[in-house]
Design a protein around this ligand. Sequence first.
Ligand code: PLP
Length: 389
Amino acid sequence: MHRVYLDNNATTPVLPEVFEAMRPYFGESFGNASSIHHHGQETRAAVEDAREAVADLLGCSASEVVFTSGGTESDNLAIAGWVAAGDHVITSSIEHHAVLHACKHLEKIGIDVTVLPVDSHGLIDLDDVRRALRPDTKLISVMMANNETGVLQPVDEVGKIAAEAQVLFHTDAVQAAAKVPIDVRRIGCDALSISGHKIHAPQGVGALYVKKGTRIQPLFHGGRHERSRRAGTENVPGIVGLGRAAQLAKESIERGEDKKMAAMRARLEQGILAQVDGSGVNGAGATRVPNTTNIHFDHIEGESLVIALDLKGLAVSTGAACSSGAIEPSHVLIAMRLRTEQARASIRFSLGKQTTEADIDFALRLVPGTVARLRELSPKYKSQVKVVS
Ligand code: PLP
C-alpha cells in the first residue's frame, strides 16, 4: 500500500546522512567517551563535534550544550534544575506535558505555579506574564512553538520581561528547532530544549542549552558527565546523529527550505478548506512554524478520521502523540477556547523534510472524501459537504 507520513511532529524519520554519520559508532568506534585510551578519545571527539554543531544551530557556545535523552528530559532538567520549595514558576496552558506535568510535580513539593491562559489564536498575553511576576518568581517556562498547532510564542519579548525582572527563562523549542532559525542570545533565554527525533535524528537523544554562568541542579546523580549537569555515559551514536541533523537543519534553513515547506503547507491547508465545508485552521491568526497545520472538521470524531485515513495510507494525528487514543480533548485546543466537539474534531498534519508535493496531492485526494463519508455516518450531521473535483 502507498503510504504517506504527515505526522512529523510526533516523530521524524532519521535522514540517510544522519544514519550514515551514526553507523561507525555502532561498530568499530564503540569507545566510552570518558575513557582516556584511543577508543575513548575517538568517541569524545565525535561527541564534541556534535556539541559544536548543536551550538551552531542554537547560536550558543559548545560548553553551553548539555546532551540529554530527549525533549522530556531537557524540559524536566530546566524546570526542576533551578527551583526549590517556596519558589514561584510561571508557565502557559498550552505547554507540552513534559513541562506541564513537571510543573504539577513542582506543586507537590511546595513550589507555586501560575499557568497563563492563551487567546483564541493560542498566544499568551505579555501583560499576563508581567502581571504574574512576584518577588518569589524564579522561573518562566514558555514554549517557542506549539506541537499541536505550530503557533509561535513571542519568546523574545518574554526573554526581555524575564531579564528585566531577573527571573530565569526556559523555552521548549522542541517543535521550533530545524523549522525556524533559533538564536538563544536574541531570545534571551537561560535554557532551551530540543529533541533529536523531531529534527530527523533518532529517538532517545536531545539537548538543553544552559546559559553560561547559570548553575543547574542535575536530575541524575552519578559521574561528572556533561560538566556535572547530566550524569550517565553519553549516547554516542545518538549524539552524533543529533549533531549531523543539527548541521543539516542549519544548512536547509539557510537555503530557504523552510519557505518551500510553508508553501506546501499552505497548499494543503487551502486545498482542504476549499473542499471541505465546516473546516477551519486552529491558530490561523498567529505566526506558525512552516510544517504544521491543525484543522477542525465539524461533525466528525478526530480519532475516527485518523483511523479512516490510516486505512487508506495517510498517517496524521489528533495532536500530541501520547494522547492518541485518550478520551480527553486536546488541552491546547481547549485552552484556545475551541468548543469540546471542535477540539475533538481536529486533526494535525505535520510535514517533514521527506514530504513531497506528491504527498500533498495524495492527502488532498483523500481527506475531503473521507470526511464526507464519516459525516454521512454521523447522525448529527445535517448539512451537505461540498466536494470540488
Ligand atoms: N516538548 C514538545 C513541544 C514536544 O512536542 C515533545 C514531543 O512531542 C516533547 C517536548 C518531548 O520530547 P521527547 O519526545 O524527545 O521526550
